[in-house]
Design a protein around this ligand. Structure first.
Ligand code: CAA
Length: 259
């Protein structure tokens, strides 16, 4: 598939990088961009050479939200009946390998929601997160009212959704929205470093860890712990479990085969 609104590349033959590329609109997210992003991530996910993905934007904006110009004239028939806005936003949830959001600049509205759909967020020190939809007479529509409180708790999520104020990178890290904050010029190095670390680790265990952490958001504790235990037990059927433990006991470096 030829892409117009994203740039796609591979780093070190192992990390799939998707860069959102609508700079004049601050990477405002329209259906075409989200179709392309979904297709690129699914293609990387299906590629056995790829172990991890990074989604990033520009220095000024990861993404400034859904495309306001495109949806300004929509009515209920279009957005509900036609599912015009967020119909293709959850594709990212079908991706089984890890996806890291490398965020610099604005991550607002759908941009913040897109970052939260990724598995974790590494932020540049100029990153600003917000759910300002209330100023447009709407509310977040791609998971913001659901994922933000899970990430930062009710009080901050309410504050952001009700007042539209932005959170800077320091506050976002303190609140648990982002896992790391680095200087802007180190953002991609940090994200690629994390991605390469993941690529070196046993892929079946990586995928199981992602699946199990995600399950914690969907289920109660007892069912979640049971789900985790089944995956934990299943990993004892993998060659990499034997290799990892033999290597530890033998005080040597493991050679994982992702099997
Ligand atoms: N949609 C469409 N275009 C956008 C956009 C968006 N979400 N955000 C920015 N742009 C465009 C601007 O219209 C402007 O275009 P022109 O140069 O053609 O005028 C260009 O990007 C640059 O933007 P600004 O001139 O506004 O830049 P700034 O530095 O002064 O301000 C900003 C930056 C604070 C991010 C401001 O652009 C802004 O507030 N953007 C809107 C943020 C927003 O409300 N996001 C939520 C969208 S709704 C949503 O996402 C729903 C959902 O949950 C799915």
């Amino acid at each position: 598939m030829a892409y117009e609104l994203i740039e796609v590349r591979t780093e070190a033959g192992k990390v799939g990088v998707v860069q959102l590329n609508r700079p004049k609109q601050l990477n405002a997210l329209n259906n075409q961009l989200m179709d392309e992003l979904g297709a690129a991530l699914k293609a990387f996910d299906a590629d056995p050479a790829i172990g991890c993905m990074v989604v990033t934007g520009s220095e000024k904006a990861f993404a400034a939200g859904a495309d306001i110009g495109a949806m300004a004239s929509y009515g209920f028939a279009e957005v509900y009946g036609g599912d015009y806005i967020t119909r293709n936003w959850e594709t990212i949830r079908q991706v089984r390998k890890p996806v890291i959001a490398a965020v610099s600049g604005f991550a607002l509205g759908g941009g913040c929601e897109l970052a939260m759909m990724c598995d974790f967020i590494i932020a540049a020190d100029n990153a600003r997160f917000g759910q300002p939809e209330i100023k447009l007479g709407i509310i977040p529509g791609a998971g913001g009212t659901q994922r933000l409180p899970r990430a930062v708790g009710k009080s901050k999520a309410m504050d952001m959704a009700l007042t539209a104020r932005m959170m800077d990178a320091t506050e976002a890290e303190r609140a648990g929205l982002v896992s790391r904050v680095v200087p802007l010029d180190k953002l991609m190095d940090e994200a690629l470093g994390a991605a390469l670390t993941i690529c070196e680790l046993p892929q079946l265990a990586v995928m199981a860890a992602k699946e199990s952490v995600n399950r914690s958001f969907e289920t109660g504790l007892s069912d979640g712990v049971m789900f985790e235990r089944r995956l934990f037990h299943a990993l004892f059927a993998t060659a990499d479990q034997k290799e990892g433990m033999d290597a530890f006991v033998g005080k040597r470096k493991p050679q994982f085969r992702h099997r």
